[in-house]
Design a protein around this ligand. Structure first.
Ligand code: UTP
Length: 276
């Protein structure tokens, strides 16, 4: 999970706390992503962090003082919230990205820990609500095919230039073979309306391709460019997942996700509907 970005769009909130710690109601964005990974059977979570992100390390660590106080005050229901049972056997590992040189560079920082396994990449600011999680849907495809898989969804023309966009070929069920992938194309050059979301299952060969990618004009190493190189030698699948995605890296997406979640909450929805 790369979490080393600056979160510029949320300044000043993200000056001292990571964007990924912003909550949707009462749970930080990063925890939604960690839950999605752990529920899909992932046993080790590697965070690519920076010096401003220590709150994430603390969040996934124990807080004995707080636990003891909650216990003394008979507030046991909160203990399971701050120290969930399901994380007990999960290993959390932290690697620092020294300078923010893009998503591709962030991921390359985990190469020594991954060696030759396939691994998942989740971007916490893409929050996806679905019955079967988006990551699980990608894992199912990976387990059947053995190939790298990227999550994609349809986006409008006006928004296409914000994303990595695939050139799809044959579609079998909801699985699409990727012919090509382009980072932030212009509307005219976009090869389709299928944009990559922050969910990937990648073959460890991606690390070799990342080494060959040069910095773009904003001095970043793009993951999309490494996948483009991978496509010259390997097949990659795209998964048009079922689910509702919110881009919580943008203010509108963040507020929409908060409302979506609140309007599903029995304890809040009637009051909120009245207010809205
Ligand atoms: P974004 O493109 O959303 O950038 O990164 P950002 O810095 O988080 O936010 P803005 O655009 O300044 O508002 C996509 C993901 O890649 C991570 C981010 O933490 C986010 O999860 N990332 C990005 C890194 O880990 N390192 C980088 O150098 C860049």
């Amino acid at each position: 999970m790369p979490v080393a970005g600056f979160g510029t769009r949320f300044l000043p909130a993200t000056k001292a706390i990571p964007k990924e710690m912003l909550p949707i109601i009462d749970k930080p964005l990063i925890e939604y992503a960690v839950e999605e990974a752990v529920n899909a059977g992932i046993e080790e979570v590697i965070f690519i962090t920076s010096h401003t992100k220590v709150a994430i390390e603390n969040h996934f660590d124990s807080n004995f003082e707080l636990e003891e106080k909650l216990s003394r005050n008979n507030k046991h229901e909160f203990i399971s919230l701050i120290n969930p049972e399901k994380y007990k056997n999960v290993r959390f590992t932290y690697v620092r990205q020294k300078s923010q040189k893009g998503l591709g560079d962030a991921i390359a920082h985990a190469s020594h820990l991954i060696e030759d396994e396939a691994f998942a990449v989740l971007l916490a600011d893409d929050l996806i609500f679905s019955e079967e999680s988006c990551l699980q849907q990608l894992i199912n495809i990976h387990e059947n095919s053995g190939l790298s898989v990227v999550g994609v969804n349809k986006v409008s023309k006006e928004d296409i230039s914000k994303y990595g966009v695939i050139n799809p070929s044959v579609e079998e069920d909801r699985n699409i073979f990727v012919n090509d992938i382009v980072e932030k194309p212009t509307i005219e050059n976009a090869p389709s309306d299928l944009a990559v979301v922050g969910r990937y299952i990648l073959d460890s060969s991606i690390f070799g391709y990342l080494k060959r990618v040069s910095e773009d004009k904003s001095n970043e190493i793009q993951l999309t460019d490494a996948i483009k190189l991978m496509l010259e030698e390997k097949k990659v699948l795209a998964c048009k997942y079922f689910g509702k995605k919110f881009d919580c890296g943008s203010k509108v997406g963040y507020v929409e996700a908060t409302l979506f979640k609140a309007l599903k909450d029995e304890s809040m929805k009637d009051m909120l509907k009245k207010y809205l």
